[in-house]
Write a protein that binds this ligand. Structure first.
Ligand code: XMP
Length: 318
């Protein structure tokens, strides 16, 4: 029978056999899958695993440094690359959701390619692909990783995509990945993290992206997510986040009139993200959160709660 411990034992042995003394590159995202894949590989090949963690400037508040510290604490050989400015430059003035996604994907590939060239003689690219990703990419595009390629097929493949690919989690479902992670001793808080989209806060800021908008949304999001944790609601929700709307509305602050931004909070229940229901969060929690946001985050004077289910409303607003 399958157990997380036996999976770890067999997989580590297989990875040692397959990779031998060669070098492997892996992109860490801060999410569950890439982290578990990294720890498994690290157990098998140690310092020959070279992890790259890119800050696209669109992560949650303090997330880049916090997660990087955690990775270093796990003994991973990881390089943090702060490319925030490069991402922001490439997003400047762009409001179209798909063009924003494409720009982020393109810059990520460029940064990752530059970094992978710095690892001499790397032979392998490791990925945290899990079984649902395998099925989805085969059925949707006719082959694994075709989705990534379609975004970046100008001028041929980046060099790192020519490496041999190793995907130690490709036969596992998400809950199995979490159990394997627990068996590897990974922090339960990291394993229980909500899903977070690759393009990050860029698809939660409707319209064009500026550093100032990112900073506002990071504050709002931190108040919401920390509140969910404090109230014991975080683990009852599948995914939560805040959206910064391209709408100003009138408010009063003391005896001054304000004309400031509006944010929408979204929390959903789901099993796979394909369908989702909005969560009936307690009114007391929403009341406290709204007050905190409006009192503490400059530039926001109105908070709304999204009560739309998927379908038809997607989880992200872009
Ligand atoms: P939607 O908004 O389509 O999202 O209901 C379903 C799930 O997918 C995540 N999502 C993304 N993840 N790149 C990602 O890595 C993307 O471009 C992207 N768009 C949506 C979303 O956060 C939710 O978990």
């Amino acid at each position: 029978t399958w157990t997380p411990d036996s999976f770890v034992e067999t997989t580590v042995a297989e990875l040692k056999e397959k990779i031998g003394g060669e070098k492997v590159i892996l992109g860490l995202s801060g999410g569950v899958d890439s982290t578990v894949a990294a720890v498994l590989l690290h157990k098998a090949i140690g310092k020959n695993l070279h992890c790259i963690f890119v800050n696209n400037g669109l992560l949650r508040k303090n997330e880049f440094q916090g997660v990087l510290d955690q990775y270093e604490g796990m003994g991973l050989n990881v390089k943090g690359v702060d490319a925030s400015a490069r991402f922001l430059e490439n997003l400047a003035g762009e409001s179209d959701p798909e063009k924003k996604r494409k720009a982020i994907g393109r810059v990520f590939v460029e940064v990752f390619d530059d970094e992978s060239h710095l690892v001499e003689d790397a032979q392998w690219l490791a990925q945290g692909t899990i079984y649902p990703d395998v099925i989805e990419s085969v059925s949707a595009t006719g082959g694994p990783s075709a989705t990534i390629k379609s975004h970046h097929n100008v001028g041929g493949l980046p060099d790192y995509m020519k490496l041999k690919v190793v995907e130690p989690l490709r036969m596992l479902f998400k809950d199995e990945v979490r159990r394997v992670g627990a068996s590897l001793g990974i922090d339960p808080e990291l394993l229980g993290r909500h899903p977070f989209p690759g393009p990050g806060l860029a698809i939660r800021i409707l319209g064009d992206i500026t550093a100032e908008k990112v900073a506002i949304l990071q504050e709002v999001d931190a108040i919401f997510i920390n509140g969910l944790k404090e109230w014991g609601l975080y683990d009852k929700v599948w995914q939560a986040g805040a959206m910064l709307l391209p709408v100003n509305s009138v408010g009063v602050m003391g005896d001054e009139r304000t004309y400031e931004k509006c944010v929408a909070l979204r929390a959903v229940e789901s099993t796979d993200g394909m369908t989702a229901d909005w969560v009936n969060l307690p009114y007391e929690f929403l009341q406290k959160t709204s007050n905190d946001i409006i009192n503490k985050v400059r530039g926001v004077n109105r908070v709304v709660y999204d009560i739309s289910s998927k379908p038809p409303a997607t989880i992200e607003w872009e």
